[in-house]
Design a protein around this ligand. Sequence first.
Ligand code: NAD
Length: 504
Amino acid sequence: MTIKSLQQVLSETRVSVAAGRTDEAGGAARSKNPIPIIYPATAEQVTLLPEDSVEQVDSAVALAREAFETGPWPRLSVAHRQKILRDAAMKIREHQGELAVLETLCAGLPFSHLSGRQIPRAAENFDFFADHIGTMAGETFEQEAGFLTLVTREAAGVAALVSPWNAPLALASMQIASCIAFGNTCVVKPSEHAPLAVGRMVELLEQAGVPPGVVNLANGRGNVTGNALVSHPGIDRIAFTGGTATAKAIMNSASANLTPVHLELSGKSANIVFEDADLERAIDGSLINIYSNNGQLCIAGSRILLQRGIAEPFIDQFVERTRKIRVGDPMDPATEVGPLAFEAHMQKVLGYCEIARAEGAEILAGGGRLDELGPGYFVEPTAVLVDNNTLRICQEEVFGPFATIQVFDEAEEAIAIANDSDFGLVGYAWTENLARGLKMQESIRAGTVWLNTPLLRDLRAPFGGFKNSGVGRDGPRQCAGFYTEEKATIMPRKAELLKKMGMD
Ligand code: NAD
């Protein structure tokens, strides 16, 4: 298969790839240490991303603060804010193709998956939170005769929103929509590996009517720009989606200012298939759960656990289908898996293929780089057979198209293996037995359990991880809790009541 060059993609799509700030403070030429943005399918340089310094982060936080303290956004009527959020969703839909190209150029995700699913989801996030703020209500209490207590919510302030590269727009849009819907302002720090679509979305939000200063962009590496942002004393909330190790550093920085954090983190989830499962469905679902999004999925079902009776037919069919996955040009609509997002990440995933061999795992499919696809970062969809959940490849998040397969006998054994992990993001179980499905639902220690279902997210339900997979939850009520401060107001119904209490 030939892979379209960067020039071909740019000339066919006529998308502009200017990166970062265009104001007098920015420009790659003026940035001390610009970051090359590389097209993962060809390893060509797309553009240079100017890195925002500590001072530039400070200015972005100051703009967000001013917009919060004196700007119109927190003071708009709910109906007005809803309209702007819906207009933002519309703008994203109007620019779906352009955003999908930018995302493909940075992250290597298949264009068709982006334009068909992830970009529409980014738009939906704004519509969803527009709808939600229209349903919010306060509380009243009347414990003391003659006195009324009101409980209201108000916006928390300025948020730092830090996001990863594996689904940049889908994840950053969730952070931004859930933050600004309640009247907050923010500084957004996308991943230095995939900043272009998020940067373009921030421009589109302003075009949709989000006032200047409400959503500010800070670009750069985690240890420079990201660190300056999360340790800034002017930040009232930190929402972070990314790796568990980074989250620990962020929580440390946040502790100096007692800044509340919401953390959506890594996973190493079990995908359990029982003998009574609908095998065809379970195989389809298990393939989706590990290889979609180029295998770079926090919710990947990366540890496939098979009950002995179906292990052989499952493995035969799973491996055959894994070998047939169409890996290649992410701009080609027929492509199912594109390149990994950047070279160091590809090396990390290939490193785990070596660790698998060293740990004695049997390589059933893949296990190497697809050199014939040129200099891009293509790795074969890989499946390995293991007999022991303590191996590194079973305990550490590979975050690539890499599945371990392990056989078990009894349900209790599968539950023990599933829960023998530092992570607890999600779990999958495939069974036609309702009681067994419900047993899995209550036994798997994870924030989401999918029964006979691959990767279906319901925005109304909370999403987040147990254990090292997260702190807090996404979701309408949960985000209202995180992004607002509750306030109690107590007042007498009549002035005479104060006289009675001797307080007039
Ligand atoms: P990462 O932790 O390396 O980086 C995430 C973001 O944090 C980037 O923008 C990075 O620049 C920034 N960052 C890094 N160090 C920082 C610091 N010291 N201070 C402030 N910011 C810093 O993660 P990644 O490699 O971009 O993403 C992959 C990880 O994200 C995987 O572990 C995956 O499971 C996880 N993830 C979780 C979810 C979820 O919803 N639970 C969703 C997607 C990805």
